[in-house]
Design a protein around this ligand. Structure first.
Ligand code: FE2
Length: 278
């Protein structure tokens, strides 16, 4: 039997009281039944998600087919916090629990391979995952618990890749989403050059977000995470676009910045229901 809780002192999420295996010295005795620990049940939704991800993500440089995107969205849309061992009853998710110090974001990895990864991000109220990109990646985000503000952008000229941009160069981006999402809500999907590939999360209440990333970030493969600062469209002249004040509202200049301090996250071990990787 496994229960989960939040360490109130540090406000960190953890899964405690995991099955403890006690080492025993077995003596040979006749007619004695050995009690086996119960086999943990893998929630169907999590296992189904894993199996589908293995079929759908074909590796770096590929994007899932529309029918496969639909399939993953359908699974994720039906997933609940309980499927990954979470519950709104956990102390962490109580809306009135004050956050001590700066609200640090925590993450845990359920599974990772070369083609995809499954992660959960935990944001305390007012916690922020600052504006960042997902180079060459398709990302499914499912808000499992809480309420958060999501802002996302796509490059106006995606062919001008991040590799060729000069450091600190500003690039024009089109606002894709700027809205508050409350769980349960539909899964959102971003693609390498569309769907809001550059996004930021700001938690209004404590949140848990399940992210499916295909392929995962990899510095060795040139898929490192970059961070950005946004400037209003009107801040800089732009001969090519020449948008009016009203049209310019939907655009921002994004300037790449050093890794911001509030992007630092604490990693914790995933102790929720395990995937069967066979
Ligand atoms: Fe992200």
């Amino acid at each position: 039997m496994e229960t989960r809780a939040v360490d109130r002192g540090s406000n960190r999420i953890g899964h405690v009281n995991k099955v403890q295996y006690v080492r025993r010295d077995f003596k040979k005795r006749k007619c004695r039944k050995i009690k086996r620990p119960p086999i943990p049940v893998v929630p169907m939704a999590l296992q189904e998600l894993f199996v589908s991800c293995r079929e759908v993500f074909k590796g770096p440089g590929t994007v899932p087919l529309p029918c496969d995107v639909e399939k993953l969205c359908c699974i994720l849309d039906n997933m609940k916090a309980e499927d990954v061992g979470l519950s709104s009853n956990l102390q962490f998710f109580k809306p009135n629990v004050p956050v001590k110090g700066s609200p640090r974001v925590t993450y845990t990895t359920i599974y990772r391979c070369d083609n995809f990864s499954l992660c959960i991000f935990f944001l305390p109220a007012t916690g922020v995952i600052p504006l960042h990109n997902h180079p060459g990646m398709t990302v499914f985000s499912k808000l499992l618990l809480g309420k958060m503000h999501i802002k996302s952008y796509d490059w106006v000229d995606p062919t001008n890749s991040d590799d060729t941009a000069q450091p600190c160069e500003r690039r024009l981006a089109k606002l894709k989403a700027d809205a508050v999402f409350t769980s349960p809500c539909s899964t959102s999907v971003l693609y390498p050059t569309s769907g809001g590939n550059i996004h930021s999360f700001t938690a209004i209440t404590p949140c848990a977000v399940l992210d499916v990333l295909g392929p995962p970030y990899s510095m060795e493969d040139g898929r490192d995470c970059s961070y950005y600062k946004e400037h209003p469209y009107a801040s800089f002249p732009n001969g090519d676009m020449g948008l009016g004040e009203e049209e310019g509202e939907g655009y921002r200049w994004l300037e790449e910045i050093e890794v911001p301090e509030n992007s630092q996250m604490d990693g914790i071990e995933y102790l929720g229901p395990q995937i069967s990787d066979i």
